[in-house]
Design a protein around this ligand. Structure first.
Ligand code: MG
Length: 396
């Protein structure tokens, strides 16, 4: 791998996360791990030769998945083991290059895995700056006022922001000096550097700056993932609402099923399935969020399969349809309209039954009931009606 192209070390060994799920560099971003977006971009930049990814020893499977999704060829991709600190991880990447006899006057770029949007322009700036001065880092101006605070959190002063910069990666170095600096700092027992430019400065070397890029933002929080999706041209998250309504007439019997809960009553509800008006209304509300017809279309009363069927099946089906289109159900809210039975004592059980089917916590399932003030069919105790709304988030 010793050639005149720059080497790229991707520091991906972190295992902490402020995001839900996998470590941030492996979180899915439009169906691919964040790291694989970076690898694919790096692979397409002709000034970059070998790509060394430093990963946590436990992350072999994550790395393999990211590499496969990136399309990066095996002959350019190398993996080095992560160390106890970021500094130790970078050192391991540098030692791998040293073992492969990467030339001392070659250029090495050190880049954070959580900054996937590496551009050719930034890489060229980085290489030119390191060729000119030996060490360089990309910076952005500080746009906000910066405050220094005292021990009690009070304002101690405002540093002159004209002299301040926000530091990004890739930081760029001639290989010999950065390797020597890392080895020297480790020999001196110093392992506390959070970036390589700082380490070079402490080793007595001037570090130049070059213009960074807004697109090199670091993905740390959920909001950064949303920004990354937008950066890739994904549609903005969208919330859709659906409406459902259902009625079943009373017939002879000894219980009714409302929201999946059998409630003793002097009458039953007439219907081909278990005649649960609340679950039917919520099913229609969910189908409404994706414009996918209604319950009668998907589960026709003429179909013998649905005779006596628990309405949970219809609700499960609606959830699957919503999720197959990238939707995540945020909440459902339903109202039962009947003079009797009393719904109040069963409210929690109904909410739990619906929440179980839809994977929703109790606060995301509204269950309400009202009489119809003796007016109309519900008021005359001829049947029970239900209305429902559902909201679904489509993340694009
Ligand atoms: Mg119905």
């Amino acid at each position: 791998m010793a050639d005149r192209k720059a080497a790229l070390i991707i520091v991906a060994a972190g295992h902490g996360t402020r995001l839900r799920g996998a470590p941030k560099q492996y979180r899915p971003l439009l169906g691919k791990p964040v790291l694989s977006h970076l690898m694919a971009r790096a692979a397409s930049i002709s000034a970059i030769g070998p790509i060394i990814t430093v990963t946590h020893p436990d992350h072999a499977a994550f790395y393999g998945e990211a590499l496969a999704a990136s399309g990066l060829k095996d002959d350019r991709a190398f993996r080095a083991p992560g160390g106890e600190t970021r500094q130790a991880s970078v050192r391991n990447g540098l030692e791998l290059l040293a073992a492969a006899e990467f030339p001392a006057d070659g250029i090495v770029l050190v880049h954070d895995a959580a900054r996937p949007f590496l551009s050719e322009l930034v890489v060229l700036r980085a290489i030119l700056a390191a060729q000119a001065g030996g060490a360089a880092m990309p910076v952005l101006p500080v746009v906000d006022t910066v405050a220094e605070i005292d021990a009690a959190g009070g304002l101690a002063g405002n540093p002159d922001r004209a002299k301040l910069r926000v530091v990004q990666t890739p930081q760029s170095f001639r290989f010999g000096p950065i390797l020597a600096a890392h080895r020297a700092m480790a020999e001196n027992g110093r392992f506390d550097f959070t970036d390589d430019a700082g380490l070079m400065l402490a080793n007595g070397q001037r570090v130049a700056t070059f213009e960074g890029d807004d697109s090199l933002f670091k993905i740390t929080l959920e909001a950064d993932l949303a920004r990354a999706r937008m950066h890739l041209g994904a549609p903005e998250p969208l919330v859709r609402t659906g409406l459902g309504y259902d009625v079943h007439a009373f017939t002879d019997g000894d219980h009714v099923t409302l929201g999946g809960v059998a409630i003793p009553h002097e009458r039953a509800l007439l219907g081909h399935s278990d005649a649960d008006p609340l679950m039917h209304a919520i099913t229609d509300a969910l189908l409404g969020t994706i414009g996918d017809g209604d319950i009668g279309q998907h589960f026709p009363p003429s179909d013998p399969r649905w005779k006596g069927a628990p309405s949970r099946l219809f609700l499960e089906n609606a959830r699957a349809r919503v999720e197959s289109r990238g939707g995540r159900i945020l909440n459902v809210d339903g109202t039962l309209i009947c003079e009797a039975p009393k719904v109040g004592p069963h409210r929690a059980a109904i909410a739990a039954a619906i929440g179980t089917v839809l994977g929703l916590p109790p606060e995301a399932v509204g269950v309400k009931a009202t009489t119809n003030e003796k007016l109309g069919f519900a008021g005359r105790r001829e049947g029970i009606a239900a209305m429902a709304v559902a909201t679904v988030l489509f993340s694009g």
